[in-house]
Design a protein. Sequence first.
Length: 164
Amino acid sequence: MLVEWNGLKVGPDEYEEKHPQLNPRRIGPDPQALLQPRPDTATEVAGQVLLVMNPFQSGSAGSSVITVFEPSHGRSTANVVIFRKTQAFDGFSTTVLNKAAGYTITVVDANSYTITVIGETATIGGTRGGGGVATAAAGVATTSSTFDSISVTFDSASKTFDEA
């Protein structure tokens, strides 16, 4: 009779060695692992911030100014903010609130700022809205190129416009 690793006595034809997974080999340290890795916060890009429930408040009736409540936002006047996943409220449509270029803000205090919406105004005024999953992200200020229409002439021979 032979004694197996688990203490059972068996015949020579039924003997089994200890399974290799029951006593695994110790694996040494990983030579490519980093000791106490930390992300580089200096180059981290600010992502979208989930806003509080109904973060927008319309101004008076007929006003196109909206106050946005974002606690400890850390933004400055003239920053651009892009909103996503908003809901329509008080005469402001989702399409206008989710403007792709974003809005230039005016800071009121550390927890709120205002935006001016073009093309729509408040119906009732003083109403909170915007939904529960609206987000805000930092945008990039864009400049639109304009030209003086007086200095542009049409060359009929070559069918091109020339700027003077």
